[in-house]
Design a protein around this ligand. Structure first.
Ligand code: GRF
Length: 193
C-alpha cells in the first residue's frame, strides 16, 4: 500500500542540523511525509546549501531586509502554492506573528532544547545547566502565539553527567533532538499523539 504522504516545509535560520535529520528520516519509505520546501530567515544559511544537495527547493528570505510582514506574506504564499500540510521550525530564530500562527493553526511545530515547560526562551541548555538540573532534554511542541507554550508532542530526556561542561551537554541534547524531531513528526502525522 502506498502512503498518502503529507508535505512539510522547514523553517531554519542557520546550520540546519535538525532539518537534515528530518530530511534523512524522510528518505525511509515508511515516513509519512516528504520535505517540499526549506525557508531560511537568514541571508545565507548553511542549511539552505545542505538542502539543495538533496534537491529540495530551499531559499533564503532575509527577515532583516524584508521585514516581518513581507517575510510572512512571501512565506504564506509559497506554503499555499505548495499545499504544505505541516511547517517545522528547526533552529528558526525569529518569532512569528500571532496572525501568521493563527492562519496556520495546528500546522506549525517547533523543537526546543529543554524539557518544557522548564527553561523557555533563549539559551535553554545554559539555563538548565546553570540551574543544576539532573535531567534536561528536548521538546517538540505545537506553536501557539505564546512563546514555547504550545501542547507537547514528544520529548527526550538527557541526563546531566557529573563532569559535564555546557558544551558536552549541548552536544548530547542536539543528538537527542535529531532523534526526537523525526519521531515527533511521525507520531503526529500518524495520529498517535
Ligand atoms: C537547536 O538546538 C534547536 O533546538 C534550537 O536551535 C538549534 C538549532 O540547531 N531551537 P540546528 O540549526 O537545527 O542545527
Amino acid at each position: 500500500m502506498t502512503l498518502n504522504k503529507k508535505k512539510i516545509a522547514i523553517f531554519i535560520s542557520g546550520r540546519g542540523s535538525n532539518m537534515l535529520s528530518i530530511i534523512k528520516a524522510s528518505q525511509d519509505p515508511s515516513f509519512p511525509a516528504e520535505i517540499s520546501l526549506i525557508l531560511s530567515s537568514a541571508t545565507n544559511a548553511a542549511g539552505v546549501e545542505k538542502a539543495k544537495e538533496f534537491n529540495i527547493p530551499a531559499l533564503n528570505m532575509p527577515w532583516k531586509r524584508l521585514g516581518q510582514d513581507e517575510f510572512e506574506k512571501k512565506a504564506h504564499d509559497l506554503l499555499k502554492k505548495d499545499s504544505i500540510d505541516l511547517i517545522c521550525l528547526a533552529g528558526f530564530i525569529r518569532i512569528l506573528s500571532a496572525d501568521f500562527i493563527l492562519k496556520w493553526s495546528g500546522k506549525i511545530i517547533n523543537i526546543h532544547p529543554s524539557l518544557l515547560p522548564a527553561f523557555k526562551g533563549l539559551e535553554a541548555q545554559k539555563q538548565a545547566f546553570d540551574y543544576g538540573v539532573k535531567y534536561t532534554g528536548c521538546t517538540v511542541h505545537h506553536v501557539v502565539p505564546e512563546l514555547d507554550a504550545g501542547p507537547i508532542i514528544h520529548q527526550k530526556a538527557v541526563p546531566v553527567k557529573k563532569n559535564d561542561t555546557l558544551d558536552n551537554l549541548k552536544a548530547r541534547i542536539l543528538e537527542a533532538e535529531h532523534i526526537c524531531y523525526p519521531e515527533a513528526i511521525e507520531l503526529l502525522l500518524k495520529n498517535k499523539v
